[in-house]
Design a protein around this ligand. Structure first.
Ligand code: SIN
Length: 292
């Protein structure tokens, strides 16, 4: 079905599309929001160029698609509790998000999606990769699908322990004083709440083990899945310019921030939309929240 209010040009075979014909700083009509939501569901990653958003407009835009949530560990931008600054400065080496991951899967209800807006970016480098996890699921063997269909995975925020991962990363400030370990359990194969399609829901950054398996037993299968999930033919690559906004579906796309711009500055603002339901094996009205 054609879009009525926007133009949509795919970026790659697997996922990603540039969306044009819309000024995101304006109050959008419901029909335009509906078109954008469809592009987001169809392509998983919607890329808007040349936008001019204040923090207030950024949050207001996110609100059209759900409820923006406060990051549980990263300090918010002053005066904007729903925005975190994804920053790497000239003297820093570690970046934020430089591993394949879904956002916030250590929460019972992980984010629906995120809207990341570029303020300052290097002249080249600092791209973001996305990987389509519907395709990752669909291309598994029937045997492995059957095994994974019966498995739940424990997700943790251990990788975020302030002094381990972020000791060297000064720009991203954590709420260190009240940092606590968080854990959630999700099906390894989840049904997308809106499309009903099955997606591989294992997170290289946070998945610790399968329920009923030890960490040691889980590691080889998690490593295999991490490798499979990010095959180049499942991915697209977004090159940033100041004013680019990317809105991705965190229920079926993983992402990876490429750290290839040492000596340059990169600053983006991220707003995540809070999860409305826990991931489940069954989509739609039949689904009962297990963590409600
Ligand atoms: C993130 O993981 O949300 C950050 C992605 C990026 O900086 O490209």
């Amino acid at each position: 079905m054609a879009y009525r209010h926007i133009e949509v040009s795919p970026l790659a075979g697997a996922c990603g599309a540039e969306v044009s014909g819309v000024d995101l700083a304006r109050d959008l009509e419901d029909a335009v929001v509906a078109d954008i939501r469809r592009a987001f569901l169809d392509h998983l990653v919607a890329v808007f160029r040349d936008q001019d958003l204040t923090p207030e407009r950024h949050v207001a835009l996110a609100r059209r698609f759900g409820t923006p949530e406060r990051h549980p560990m990263v300090r918010a931008v002053d005066g904007h509790p729903e925005i975190i600054a994804v920053t790497k400065l000239e003297h820093e080496t570690a970046n934020f998000g430089g591993i394949w991951h879904y956002d916030l899967t250590f929460q019972a209800k992980p984010a629906v999606g995120s809207l990341l807006y570029a303020l300052e970016v290097p002249p080249y480098g600092g791209d973001t990769l996305f990987a389509n996890q519907y395709l990752a699921y669909e291309t598994l063997s029937d045997g492995l699908k059957a095994v994974l269909d019966g498995l739940d995975t424990v997700h943790t925020n251990r990788a975020w322990a302030p002094r381990e991962a972020y000791g060297a990363h000064r720009s991203i400030k954590l709420y260190e004083d009240d940092w606590k370990e968080m854990e959630a359990t999700h099906p390894a194969i989840a049904a997308h709440h809106e499309t009903g399609r099955k997606t591989l829901f294992v997170n290289s950054n946070s998945s610790l083990r399968f329920v009923g398996w030890t960490e040691e037993e889980s590691r080889p299968l998690l490593a295999h899945l991490a490798h499979h999930a990010t095959r180049p033919e499942f991915t697209c690559r977004v090159r940033w310019q100041p004013g680019t906004l990317v809105f991705w579906d965190n229920r079926c796309a993983m992402h990876y921030a490429v750290n290839d711009y040492h000596g340059r500055r990169r600053i983006l603002h991220r707003v995540s939309i809070g999860g409305e339901r826990a991931p489940s094996r069954i989509a739609g009205p039949l689904h009962e929240d297990k963590a409600a």
